[in-house]
Ligand binder design. Structure first.
Ligand code: UTP
Length: 408
C-alpha cells in the first residue's frame, strides 16, 4: 500500500492520526506501518459508538442439560463410545491460548504461570497432565492444536519446547496463530503502540477455526479423519480434555456440539448459561440475564437457566465446516491498552482505557443445530485462573488443585 492509499483509507475511517510520526520513521518502519494499515479492518471500529445495539438477543427459552444422575447411569456406555472414537483418532483438542490474560497481569503467556508452591507446576503442565490421563486410558495419542497470538507465540512455543511438552508427544502438537484486531480509545480512534505501530490485540477466541484453516491445519484434520474437536481454555487447570464420557455422550446423542456445564453456585453468578435462543442452542451472558430469566423455573420446578458454561466444547468438524463462512457477532470489550501519549511516550495503563474488538467461541454455539449441555462436578473440573487473588484466581485454583490431590 502506498502512502496516499493509506491516507485515503484512514480518512475514510477518521484514523489519520496514526500517521502522526510517519516522517520520523525509517524506510523499513514506514513499510511496516503501511502494511499494517492495509491489513487492518477499520470498518468494525465505528460500532463502538453503538455498543448497546450489538448485543440484541432473540427469544430465550430453557435448554435442558444432561445432569449427573443420567450421566452416572450411562457412564460405562458413554465412556466406551468415547474411548472408541479417541482410539480411532477421531478426536482432537484445541487449546485456546491466544489471550492476553490482562487480569492476571503477568507479562508471560498465561500457560507459563507457575501455580506450584513447593515445586514448579505450570498451567500448561496441569493441562498436559490431564490430557495424559486420557492418553493412558485410551492407549492412544490425540492431536493437540494450540492457538497463540502475535503477542505470545514465540514465548509459548519456546517454553513448551524447552519443557519437552511436559511429556506430550511432539508429533501430536501443532501451533497456529490467531488474527489480531486494532485497539482503540473510547471514541474508536486507534491507539499507537509505537510510533510506527498500531495498537493491536488478539481478535477474541471465536476465530479459532478460521485461523486453523488459514494455517493449513484443516488439511491435517481431514487427512487424519478427525471428526470432533474439543476446544478448551488455557486457564482452567482442572478441566478434563477429550473426556471419554463427554465425547461418548455427545456422539450417542448425535449433537453437533457438546458443552461442559456446571450448576451455578448462585443465581447471579457471573457465568454464561445455556439456553435456546429462537429455538437454537445459545448462551446468555450473566449481564444479559434479566431477573425474570434468573428466577424462571422449568417444568420440574428447578431453576431454568442454571447451567453455566466453562469454555469446554466438543464440536463436530462436519458442522464447523458448514459455518466456516458465517460471521460471528462482534463484542466490544473495555480493556487496558498500552499506548503512546501526547508526548510520544509509551504508557501501560493501570485501568481500562479503551476498547478491544472480539469474536467469541460461545457465539459459535448459536450457529450449531443441536447442543448437549453436559453437567460436570464443579469442584472436580472447574478451577479457572483469571485473577491473582479472590474469585477465579491463582489462590482459589490452588485450593481446588489440592482438594483434587495435586501436589503443589
Ligand atoms: P479470557 O476471556 O479469559 O481472556 O479468555 P484473556 O484475554 O485470556 O484474559 P483477560 O480478560 O485479558 O484477563 C478465555 C480463553 O480464551 C483465550 C484465552 O487464552 C483463554 O484461554 N483467548 C482469549 C484466545 O485464545 N484469544 C483471544 O483473543 C482471547
Amino acid at each position: 500500500m502506498t502512502l496516499s492509499q493509506a491516507r485515503e483509507k484512514l480518512e475514510k475511517y477518521g484514523q489519520e492520526h496514526v500517521l502522526k510520526y510517519y516522517d520520523e520513521l525509517n524506510e523499513r518502519e514506514k513499510d511496516e506501518l503501511l502494511a499494517q494499515i492495509e491489513a487492518t479492518d477499520m470498518s468494525i471500529l465505528e460500532s463502538c459508538k453503538h455498543r448497546d445495539e450489538l448485543a440484541k438477543k432473540g427469544v430465550i427459552t430453557p435448554l435442558a442439560a444432561m445432569q449427573l444422575p443420567e450421566i452416572e447411569a450411562n457412564r460405562e456406555s458413554f465412556t466406551e463410545t468415547g474411548l472408541e472414537a479417541i482410539k480411532a483418532g477421531k478426536v482432537g483438542a484445541v487449546l485456546l491460548a491466544g489471550g492476553m490474560g490482562t487480569r492476571l497481569g503477568s507479562d508471560n503467556p498465561k500457560g507459563m504461570y507457575n501455580v506450584g508452591l513447593t515445586r514448579e507446576l505450570y498451567i500448561f503442565e496441569c493441562l498436559v497432565n490431564n490430557m495424559l490421563d486420557v492418553v493412558h486410558q485410551a492407549d492412544a495419542w490425540f492431536h493437540l492444536f494450540i492457538m497463540t497470538s502475535d503477542k505470545n507465540h514465540e514465548a509459548t512455543v519456546s517454553f513448551l519446547k524447552e519443557h519437552d511438552y511436559f511429556g506430550y508427544k511432539a508429533e501430536y502438537i501443532h501451533f497456529f496463530m490467531q488474527e489480531m484486531a486494532a485497539a482503540t480509545d473510547y471514541d474508536g480512534k486507534i491507539y499507537l503502540e509505537e510510533k510506527g505501530k498500531l495498537s493491536t490485540s488478539p481478535n477474541g477466541n471465536g476465530g479459532w477455526f478460521i485461523s486453523m484453516k488459514n494455517a493449513g491445519l484443516l488439511e491435517l484434520v481431514q487427512k487424519e479423519e478427525i471428526e470432533w474437536l474439543n476446544v478448551f481454555a488455557v486457564d482452567n487447570v482442572l478441566q478434563r480434555i477429550a473426556d471419554p464420557c463427554f465425547v461418548g455422550a455427545t456422539i450417542q446423542k448425535n449433537c453437533a456440539v457438546g458443552a461442559k456445564v456446571v450448576r451455578k453456585n448462585a443465581p447471579d453468578e457471573k457465568v454464561g448459561v445455556m439456553c435456546l435462543e429462537d429455538g437454537r442452542p445459545s448462551i446468555v451472558e450473566y449481564y444479559e440475564l434479566t431477573d425474570e430469566l434468573m428466577n424462571a423455573k422449568d417444568e420440574n420446578g428447578d431453576p431454568a437457566y442454571y447451567f453455566g458454561v466453562i469454555l469446554n466444547y466438543l464440536f463436530r468438524v462436519a458442522d464447523l465446516l458448514e459455518i466456516l463462512e458465517n460471521n460471528l457477532p462482534l463484542h466490544i470489550v473495555e480493556k487496558k491498552i498500552p499506548f503512546l501519549n501526547e508526548n510520544g511516550e509509551q504508557v501501560k495503563p493501570e485501568t481500562p482505557n479503551g476498547f478491544k474488538f472480539e469474536n467469541l467461541v460461545l457465539d459459535m454455539i448459536h450457529q450449531m443445530k443441536s447442543c448437549l449441555p453436559f453437567e460436570v462436578v464443579r469442584e472436580k473440573e472447574f478451577a479457572p485462573i483469571k485473577n491473582k487473588t479472590g474469585v477465579d484466581s491463582v489462590e482459589s485454583a490452588r485450593e481446588l488443585l489440592k482438594k483434587n490431590g495435586v501436589t503443589l
